[in-house]
Design a protein around this ligand. Structure first.
Ligand code: ATP
Ligand code: MG
Length: 209
């Protein structure tokens, strides 16, 4: 049985799709079989996967299921039987996320931007995961190189006792570039800070999930 990770955050634009695609490539490069389950009607993961299909030399081992709420739990369980990792892209709005995906997943990864509004919005997502007894952790994404407001926002979330993964993901052009090409930074910019961050996040996720 593989591990299924739900990428969820009520606040839009936190980086669910970005981190999911980047981690998928990193895991596949390490030889894992990865299934992506797109539950978001925006279908951004599906679009990335489509781009990837046209990329010469893209590492194999990643599959995609375009799913929907009513069959999310059976899709997740079936994928977990066949893959090492199942990464689920939750809808942007939590109202569209049924309980099925929460119940079927093993762990929730909650991306959060280091800004107060995002930290406040994360509390609802954290409560939702806790309410479903779904193990979870926050990862800070789009962290600027410096900035007191960002540090204060991250500090404020840590004071609530929320579980947080140690690696932080910076705001970096390499991520947007790789995403646009249907790639991962660990393919397009192997020796970059962006790639180091994704490898560190993959390790932390493997330990936590
Ligand atoms: N670490 C990063 N560095 C630079 N750009 C980033 C980073 N993470 C995300 N982005 C960009 O921020 C935007 C939002 O990211 P993404 O689409 O992954 O968020 P999301 O949580 O999936 O949003 P939605 O709720 O709309 O599904 C995208 O344009 C993406 O390219
Ligand atoms: Mg998305």
């Amino acid at each position: 049985m593989g591990k299924s990770i739900l990428f969820v955050q009520q606040k839009g634009g936190a980086g669910k799709t970005m981190l999911l695609t980047q981690l998928a490539v990193e895991r596949a490069q390490k030889g894992a079989a990865v299934t992506l389950i797109d539950l978001d009607a925006q279908r951004s993961t599906t679009a990335w996967f489509g781009e990837r299909g046209q990329r010469a030399g893209a590492v194999s081992g990643i599959e995609l299921i375009e799913s929907a709420d009513w069959r999310a739990s059976s899709d997740i369980r079936e994928a977990a039987r066949k893959s090492d990792w199942v990464f689920i892209d939750a809808p942007g709005s939590a109202d569209d996320l049924g309980k099925g995906a929460m119940r079927a997943a093993d762990f929730a990864l909650i991306p959060c931007q280091p800004a107060m509004a995002d930290v406040w919005a994360s509390k609802a997502t954290l409560e939702m995961a806790a309410g479903q007894k779904l193990p979870h952790a926050v990862v800070f994404n789009r962290v600027p190189p410096r900035g007191r407001a960002a540090e204060a926002a991250m500090q404020s979330l840590s004071e609530t006792g929320a579980k947080m993964l140690k690696p932080r993901i910076g705001q970096r052009a390499a991520f947007a570039d790789a995403f646009m090409m249907g790639a991962g930074v660990t393919e397009t910019a192997r020796a970059s800070k962006a790639a180091d961050e994704i490898r560190a996040l993959a390790k932390a996720l493997t330990r936590a999930a």
